[in-house]
Design a protein around this ligand. Structure first.
Ligand code: NAD
Length: 249
């Protein structure tokens, strides 16, 4: 449907060198957006941009480290997006009793502070250009419920859920919508081996739909929140998880 089209929109996707970020960049480009893929690894980004352009779509690459304020500023210099997908994230697992201060800091700095840095830079650029926009923060079902061994990650993602609502409240007056997408367990290259183990299969049995998500399962929610189809939606965190959050206690 036309309300999901993104023709003429400039979009930025962080952490777009691989995984879900690269997938999101393709989804936005296929809908007509001109997509700026941002991440630390320029070689991977250039390859991805070549592939997207090779499909007749619009893309460019920019170096970005969300933990470095100067790098964030440079990624928005003289440029204002209409759509931002705040996807960059890291995971460190381990018992909270032995969690390193450095690991805690790294997760919170990337997954929560990094999301704020990008959202603030994006909103300033949008306001400066005199138009609004849509910011989609990639949270997680671990921002809504907990599991063992992921205290820093879960705390940072819960922070993203609340940050999303707080920014949406402040920026609605500027025509900027801020929402979060909270994926459940999505099968990607980095977790495929785990989900083939007994523990992984047991986890899948606890998902009401009895299957892992695929990156494509997120497309509808991403486009709803990023496009004009979601023009009256702001401040929400939308789980896309096969019912994992409503699994029986
Ligand atoms: P991934 O590790 O494949 O991708 C993460 C991306 O973020 C990589 O491209 C990485 O280079 C980038 N990144 C990390 N630190 C960065 C930094 N400082 N600056 C810029 N880029 C940085 O993981 P993924 O599974 O694709 O996850 C993407 C997002 O989705 C993350 O926020 C993650 O927490 C979230 N998520 C994933 C799942 C899942 O099941 N895969 C579930 C819920 C939420």
């Amino acid at each position: 449907m036309d309300i999901f089209r993104l023709d003429g929109k400039r979009a930025l996707v962080t952490g777009a060198s691989g995984g879900l970020g690269l997938h999101f960049a393709w989804v936005l480009a296929r809908q007509g957006a001109d997509v700026r893929l941002a991440a630390r690894r320029m070689a991977e980004l250039e390859q991805a941009v070549d592939a997207i352009r090779g499909a007749g779509l619009k893309a460019e690459a920019v170096a970005l480290d969300v933990t470095d304020p100067a790098s964030v500023e440079a990624a928005f210099a003289g440029w204002a997006p209409g759509i931002v997908v705040n996807n960059a994230g890291i995971a460190r697992s381990g018992a909270a009793l032995t969690l390193d201060d450095a690991d805690w800091q790294a997760v919170v700095d990337t997954n929560l502070t990094g999301v704020f840095r990008i959202a603030q830079a994006a909103a300033r650029a949008m306001k400066g250009a005199g138009h609004g926009g849509a910011i989609v923060n990639i949270a997680s079902i671990l921002g809504h419920r907990v599991a063992g061994g992921v205290a820093a990650y879960a705390a940072a993602k819960a922070g993203v859920v609340q940050l999303t609502a707080a920014l949406a409240l402040e920026w609605a007056r500027h025509g900027i919508r801020v929402n979060a997408l909270s994926p459940g367990y999505i099968e990607t290259d980095i977790n495929r081996d785990f989900f083939a183990t007994e523990a992984g299969e047991a986890l899948i049995r606890r998902i009401p739909q009895r299957r892992l998500g695929h990156p494509q399962d997120l497309d509808g929610a991403l486009l709803l929140l990023a496009s004009d189809a979601g023009r009256y939606i702001t401040g929400v965190s939308l789980p896309v998880d096969g019912g994992h959050l409503i699994s029986s206690l």
